[in-house]
Design a protein. Structure first.
Length: 88
């Protein structure tokens, strides 16, 4: 049976005393539990990894099919127009 997103499974993670101490200090400072901090840290790590993958795929796409001179000129014109329209 597949788990729902809000279902949780307990897991064992071994941490050094130094890392555990740092985790506990931050948890106390933020008024949060160890578990909440660890979940958020894993979420951030996986999010960053996914963002890096997407960036890599975009770069690879531009390497396979580079922008044309016309596309570059159009982007530059759009950028200049956008800056010119700013109220600063």
């Amino acid at each position: 049976m597949p788990q729902r997103d809000d279902e949780r499974t307990q897991t064992l993670v071994q941490l050094s005393r130094v890392l555990l101490g740092r985790l506990d200090e931050r948890a106390a400072r933020e008024g949060r539990s160890r578990s909440a901090l660890i979940r958020d840290a894993i979420d951030a790590y996986l999010y960053d990894e996914e963002e890096a993958r997407i960036d890599r795929e975009i770069r690879e796409g531009y390497e396979r099919i580079p922008e044309t001179d016309e596309e570059i000129a159009s982007a530059e014109r759009s950028g200049r127009e956008g800056i010119r329209e700013e109220p600063w």
